[in-house]
Design a protein around this ligand. Structure first.
Ligand code: HEC
Length: 93
């Protein structure tokens, strides 16, 4: 049985949650955050605040990319924190 709880406020960034939420990201950014091609950036080992800021910029339209804008639109602030936490902790190339 699944129990859903609504957190009253943002909880601390959680890389375990980030890993679960990264399933849609790894298609492009790679299983370990290392992209398989030349067009898509690596996320592994990137700075946490930078990742968070880019995701916010994609969501609010300040940064424009046809692939990332719709994806970021569906992320909550908590999702972005968790994802930034997760990818920043992966070992970079
Ligand atoms: C369909 C492929 C695709 C998927 C899926 C995808 N991305 Fe991206 N992502 C890209 C591309 C392409 C760029 C480079 C955009 C640009 O050139 O501005 C990018 C850029 C980024 C950047 C900025 C990196 C930098 O160095 O500036 C972040 C952060 C990011 N993606 C996070 C995510 C996260 C988190 C997810 C999952 C929720 C995700 N992406 C899913 C293709 C994808």
């Amino acid at each position: 049985m699944l129990i859903f709880t609504l957190p009253p406020a943002l909880s601390a960034a959680d890389s375990n949650e980030g890993q679960k939420k990264s399933s849609t990201c790894i298609a492009c950014h790679g299983q370990q955050g290392i992209s398989p091609n030349d067009q898509w950036p690596n996320l592994a080992g990137q700075k946490k605040s930078y990742i968070l800021n880019q995701l916010k910029a994609f969501k609010d339209g300040a940064r424009v990319n046809a692939m990332m804008n719709p994806l970021a639109n569906s992320l909550s602030d908590q999702d972005m924190q968790d994802l930034a936490d997760y990818f920043s902790q992966l070992k970079g190339p």
